[in-house]
Design a protein. Structure first.
Length: 104
């Protein structure tokens, strides 16, 4: 019975720490820039899109496909980098956990 109570206490502590981490991550932001520097995407730690900036010199109908592909690639890079930031933050908060890579 004592082990069960200890496990419940630990679960409560982990839940509290996870909540604190979630609050902290929602305040983090990352900006990804396309390879050509013409498109910037900013996201927060909850993976919400905050802003998209497109250089006016590529805004033309003939560039539509290029712009769409570049936005998708830049968005994917922003997500990957935010996942890395989140994993680094988890490590700093909780140490090395035996959960492997966390899919955020």
């Amino acid at each position: 019975m004592k082990n069960m109570l200890d496990m419940l206490k630990q679960a409560g502590q982990i839940k509290k720490q996870a909540s604190q981490l979630q609050k902290m991550m929602s305040g983090k932001e990352h900006e990804a820039v396309s390879k050509d520097g013409k498109i910037k995407i900013k996201i927060n730690g909850r993976m919400n899109l905050i802003a998209i900036e497109i250089s006016s010199d590529i805004l033309s109908p003939e560039n539509k496909d290029h712009i769409e592909r570049t936005i998708l690639n830049t968005w994917a890079n922003a997500q990957k980098e935010m996942e890395r930031i989140m994993q680094d933050e988890l490590k700093s908060q909780f140490g090395d956990l035996p959960f492997g890579d966390m899919p955020f």
